[in-house]
Design a protein around this ligand. Sequence first.
Ligand SMILES: [Zn+2]
Ligand SMILES: [Zn+2]
Length: 196
Amino acid sequence: MSMKELWEESVKFHGHSCPGLAYGVRASIIAMEKLNIKRSQDEEVVAIVENDACGVDAVQIITGCSIGKGNLIIRNYGKQVFIFIKRGYDKALRVYMKPMPRNEEEGELRKKVFEKTATEEEKERFNKIRQERIEYLLSAEEKDIADIKWIDIEEPERARIFNSLQCEVCGESFMETKGRIQDGKIVCLECFRYKE
Ligand SMILES: [Zn+2]
Ligand SMILES: [Zn+2]
């Protein structure tokens, strides 16, 4: 798939087009190239993302690493860092997406747009600046937008399958490791009450 197709797929999944998503698209494409990743190799690739923002959706759609499969781990340090581990490689790939240079005009417009005081022209101008940022992020040379390193990292455990227990209060089934015992009963976390 071309960059354009990957971008369009990501926008469809994410629901809107934004610079944050473009960070995730570029980071994912870098990973695919450097680690020779094809989409949806079950658990062959694990992604550790250091933010929980827009770009994470691109990681899910492009690399196939997802929360549900357990091969997408969020370590929210609020950083545009994306780490990819592929089984069989002795180093992990760490991609740091560099911040875009500050743009004062954008900062002011953003404030107005969020406070809903922007005029139609200001909104248009704001969208235009964002669009330019997206285009830049998608077309710039790798070295201008990303710092790429090979790092040592421990392989995360493969997703494990646990037994189920039945809660003695609500009767619903839940994962064994999430259980508590309260007043001699096995209860789920939803029914468990912390005592003061
Ligand atoms: Zn977004
Ligand atoms: Zn319960």
